[in-house]
Design a protein around this ligand. Structure first.
Ligand SMILES: Cc1ncc(COP(=O)(O)O)c(C=O)c1O
Length: 322
């Protein structure tokens, strides 16, 4: 029997990529709780699908990652709309509208009593067809949530993570539906992250097919350059993250000059501060890329704190979180 000792092998997905904070946890199919599954609340351990599901074989699945702060899902409707848009880019319609998906997310949150955590909606093609063509497959939707408190103070996240440039590149828009949060696009992310981890790094920096700086495996990148301005790559072949857009708004609100442009890897030498943004990463400082060191500084700290206020990390801020 393979994998008998599976419980001891499972590590909890870390919100801030910090290995020392990974914790032994039960596998994701063996937990208490309820999962919203095609319109019904089912026991966590019964939320199963057949091995001959199209999505498992051909990556015909799209998903979202959302964070809950003080009982509110940050930017919930934007996530639900992106989920629907991702599905449309893969050629299928989710049989629930964005409003119904919002409601289902809130419902599963309440059913599990989650106040600070993570929400994972996923839509996929079912079992009716087992070839490349999948026109007649049923479209399913499931939504799970689990506790995910914000473990790290801004000080801890200011330490900065270490990135290694990946050998895999983000594909061009005529190679893959690059704007979709589609399962298949994460194949190269997992390969890249594993390669970085094997060399002792926290995550990979991915270039695009033209060799331009793109993003990390699960977050967008920002650089404070030697001109004092905040620069970020134009998202023309990777996700224009919801956190990215929020941070751009916050930076503008602070009167910082924002520049969205093509960024080449040799420019990384001139950066003063580097940070990542994403639902999981929130705002996380980068301390090194390929041996080049950065000192997380004032702008990173300011935006990290502004982001925490915006999402409503403390109860006092919750009311103003959008
Ligand atoms: C590949 C990739 N890029 C960027 C992001 C950041 O997107 P968001 O801020 O919407 O979470 C994510 C996370 O969803 C991601 O997986």
């Amino acid at each position: 029997m393979p994998n008998n000792d599976r419980k001891s092998k499972i590590i909890l997905y870390s919100p801030a990529f910090e290995k020392e904070n990974y914790m032994a946890a039960p596998p994701f199919d063996d937990r208490d709780g309820l999962i919203w599954f095609d319109g019904e609340m089912v026991d966590w351990r019964d939320a199963r699908l057949h091995v001959l599901s199209h999505a498992l074989h051909y990556a015909s699945a799209v998903f979202e990652g959302e964070r809950v702060y003080g009982g509110n899902i940050f930017k919930l409707t934007e996530h639900s709309e992106r989920l629907a848009a991702s599905a449309a880019m893969l050629g299928f319609d989710i049989p629930y509208g964005a409003q119904a998906i919002d409601d289902a997310c809130r419902e599963v949150l309440a059913a599990n009593g989650i106040v600070d955590g993570y929400v994972r909606p996923i839509a996929w093609r079912g079992t009716e067809m087992m070839g490349v063509s999948a026109q007649a497959t049923t479209i399913h939707l499931a939504i799970a949530t689990w506790p995910w408190p914000s473990y790290f103070s801004p000080e801890a996240r200011m330490k900065g993570i270490r990135l290694k440039t990946a050998s895999w590149r983000r594909p061009s828009p005529d190679t893959a539906p690059v704007k979709a949060k589609a399962a298949g696009l994460y194949m190269i992310c997992t390969l890249s992250k594993h390669a970085a981890e094997a060399q002792g790094f926290d995550d990979a920096l991915m270039l695009d097919w033209r060799g331009r700086v793109a993003e990390s495996t699960g977050a967008n990148i920002f650089l404070v350059m030697d001109d004092g301005k905040l620069h970020t790559p134009t998202p023309d072949c990777f996700l224009d993250g919801i956190t990215r857009r929020t941070v751009i708004e916050l930076a503008k609100g602070r009167g910082l000059d924002m520049v969205e442009r093509v960024i080449m890897p040799d420019e990384l030498r001139r950066a003063k501060e580097v940070f990542l943004t994403g639902t999981a990463a929130e705002v996380t400082a980068v301390g090194e890329i390929d041996g080049q060191r950065y000192s997380p500084g004032e702008i990173t700290r300011t935006l990290m704190e502004d982001y925490e206020r915006k999402v409503g990390k403390s109860p006092a801020d919750a009311a103003s979180a959008a």
